[in-house]
Each structure stands twice: as structure tokens, then as C-alpha cells.
Design a protein around this ligand. Structure first.
Ligand SMILES: Nc1ncnc2c1ncn2[C@@H]1O[C@H](COP(=O)(O)OP(=O)(O)OP(=O)(O)O)[C@@H](O)[C@H]1O
Ligand SMILES: [Mg+2]
Length: 342
């Protein structure tokens, strides 16, 4: 975790990352939307990134590989991946990292697929771009990958265009495609939110098993803690552009320390009795421009006290856990006024 020096197994190390968007109005300041994000991902590890809509999950994912909106800018921080700081690479070097070492799976499979090419053309293009093998060998690799993601009748499917497959099958194809690159890391941003509930669990299970079997690390992004709880070794909880709590998933769920994490757990469907309505964390997450010098969760927190409104919480590292909350690490009381000199 953050206090240890990078051991050799660390694959990705994000340190104090601040990202903002250039405002359209020159007189408006550029406000950080990601505000000091730090975490590590070990080789082969499955890390979940969870938080409500607008928390900054996708922005964090795209900032790692700098595949973001042209108005976004990394203002401060570093992203070390396999020993190099990605924030210092040229566009060409970044394209190589994206194409070979980091695979992306998006919510919409068509982000990764070309509607005008058959699956065979796309898979072969992908394989031949980084492996020095014949087309016939590449075809066998493609078929093997399609079987691995449980595409029925892969020989037939290979000849088809994306629109001839269902959404679930297309997402399987994009997973197969990401794996053909033999990456060290796959970033999957809400890979199942366009699918029905049964298919969601199936795809998540497929993705995590394939990553595990191939020694590929996974950064799995979701707003649904219940979906990723069984699919991750560790979990990052994100709120208003910051990681508010991180730790081993099981321990985090059994003993959440941040009131926001506690709220997410209380909101899980399995936490309510039959017939009881689901709990919802009251209020709304503030926008970056609404944040002052306070805890971003203070307006929704039932435990908030004076310090929460006047000072941002600092990060506390306890056993295998990092949490940013004044309840865990109370701010020092203001110094008493000095005695008047007589
Ligand atoms: N081009 C942009 N210009 C300004 N702000 C932006 C831009 N794109 C995103 N944002 C802001 O960045 C914040 C984080 O957005 P992001 O898409 O990362 O959230 P998210 O956690 O992925 O949400 P969701 O669960 O809905 O996908 C949001 O408050 C959003 O308004
Ligand atoms: Mg998103």
C-alpha cells in the first residue's frame, strides 16, 4: 500500500493524481475533478473501483492511459506502469502501451469494434499487429480465444459482422480481443451495465476467471458494489474525485470505516428484508466546483461534526486499509488562544 516502497510485483502505481478540464470560459478557473488519487495494483491482482455516477471512475480509467477528452489535463501526479511514468510518454509510446500492455473493455462493446469488418478480420488484425505468425496460425489463435469466452459455433461467428451478435456475445468478443494482445492489465469500465442481470454475473465471472488464468491484472469499474464484491481481491471506493477508502474487498465489506462505504453497503439489495424498501444514501454528491475546504461527503454524512465542515480529512493507513475520514483520524483541535502577556 502507499507507505511501502514499490515492491517488484507492483504493476501500476498511481500517485497523487490531479486531473482537470479546461474551462470553456477563460475567466473560469480549471477545477480539479480528480483530486489527489493514489493507489497501487499488483501483477495479476483484481481491483474493483466503485462509486456513484459522476464520482470520476471513468475519468480515472481514461487518465491512466490518457485516452480522455481533449479538454482534460493531468495537472499533477504520476502513473507508473511497468516501470515507466505514463504521464511522461509521447503519444506514440502511449499508443504502444495501450495496444499491447493495457487492454480496455468499455460499457459499449462497439467502442472497441468496427461495424464494417467481420469478427475474423478484426481479430486477425489485432493478433497480427503484435505477433509474428502466419494468417492461418492467427486464425487458430482467434478461434481459441472465442472458445475461451464461450462463443458458440466460433467458426460461423468469425464470418459475421458485429450487428449479427447479441450484446452479451459482443462483450465476450471484446474480452477475447483484449486478451489476444496478451496485456498485463485489463481496464474494464462498467463492462456489463448494458446487459441483463444474469448476463452481467456471467460476463464478470468470465472476465475475472480469464484474467486470473492468464495472469492478467484487472481494474474493474462499477457503480454496483454487489456485482464486483466477489470478483475482486481489493476495492477502491471513490467519491467526488477522491479515493475515500481502500482495502481487501472482504474486510472492507465486513468492516467499512468510511461513512460513504457504510452507506453503499447498507444500500445493497441483500441488506434489506423482503418487502422493505432499499436504503439510499440521502442527498447528492457535490460537483467539483461546489467543493470548498471540507470533507466532500460532509453534507450527506450522519456523523459529520465541526471538523468535517472546515478541513479536508487526511488519509489514514491502518492494517491493510486506507481511509480518509475525520472520524478515523480526527483533525487536531485548534490551539488555545495564547495567554496574554502581563
Ligand atoms: N468533458 C468534460 N468537461 C468537464 N467535466 C467533465 C467532462 N467529462 C466528465 N466531466 C466531469 O467529471 C466527473 C467525473 O465523470 P466520470 O464520467 O468519470 O464519472 P463516473 O464515476 O464514471 O460516472 P458513471 O458511473 O456515470 O459512469 C463528472 O462530474 C463529470 O461531470
Ligand atoms: Mg463512468
Amino acid at each position: 500500500m502507499s507507505l511501502t516502497l514499490n515492491p517488484p510485483t507492483t504493476l501500476l502505481s498511481v500517485r497523487d493524481l490531479h486531473v482537470n478540464f479546461t474551462s470553456r470560459w477563460p475567466q473560469e478557473p480549471n477545477i480539479d475533478v480528480l483530486r489527489g488519487v493514489s493507489f497501487q495494483l499488483e501483477r495479476g491482482e483484481r481491483l474493483a473501483l466503485v462509486g456513484e455516477s459522476g464520482a470520476g471512475k471513468s475519468l480515472l480509467a481514461t487518465s491512466i492511459i490518457q485516452l480522455f477528452d481533449t479538454s482534460a489535463r493531468i495537472r499533477h501526479g504520476s502513473v507508473h506502469f511497468e516501470g515507466q511514468d505514463l504521464t511522461q510518454l509521447s503519444s506514440k509510446q502511449l499508443r504502444q502501451v495501450r495496444g499491447r500492455r493495457i487492454g480496455m473493455v468499455f460499457q459499449d462493446p462497439m467502442t472497441n469494434l468496427n461495424p464494417n469488418l467481420t469478427l475474423e478480420q478484426q481479430l486477425l488484425q489485432c493478433i497480427l499487429s503484435h505477433r509474428n505468425i502466419s494468417r492461418a496460425e492467427a486464425r487458430l489463435v482467434a478461434l481459441h480465444k472465442l472458445r475461451q469466452v464461450h462463443i458458440p459455433a466460433p467458426e460461423t461467428r468469425m464470418r459475421q459482422y458485429p450487428h449479427q451478435l447479441s450484446a452479451g456475445q459482443l462483450q465476450r468478443v471484446t474480452i477475447a480481443m483484449a486478451l489476444t494482445l496478451e496485456p498485463a492489465l485489463i481496464i474494464a469500465d462498467e463492462p456489463t451495465s448494458a446487459l441483463d442481470v444474469t448476463m452481467q454475473a456471467e460476463i464478470i465471472s468470465l472476465l475475472t476467471h480469464l484474467c486470473h488464468n492468464n495472469g492478467v491484472a484487472l481494474l474493474l469499474i462499477s457503480h454496483d458494489l454487489s456485482l464486483v464484491a466477489h470478483a475482486s481481491d481489493r476495492c477502491l471506493i471513490m467519491y467526488a474525485g477522491q479515493i475515500v477508502e481502500q482495502g481487501h474487498t472482504k474486510s472492507l465489506i465486513n468492516d467499512a470505516q468510511h461513512p460513504y462505504t457504510q452507506g453503499l453497503i447498507r444500500a445493497l439489495p441483500q441488506m434489506s428484508q423482503p418487502g422493505q424498501s432499499l436504503y439510499q444514501i440521502p442527498g447528492q454528491m457535490p460537483l467539483a466546483q461546489e467543493l470548498g475546504n471540507q470533507c466532500a461527503f460532509a453534507n450527506r454524512c450522519e456523523h459529520a461534526f465541526a471538523a468535517c465542515w472546515s478541513q479536508p480529512p487526511t488519509r489514514t493507513v491502518t492494517l491493510e486499509r486506507e481511509v480518509s475520514c475525520h472520524l478515523v483520524n480526527p483533525a487536531p483541535a485548534p490551539a488555545p488562544p495564547a495567554e496574554p502577556e502581563l
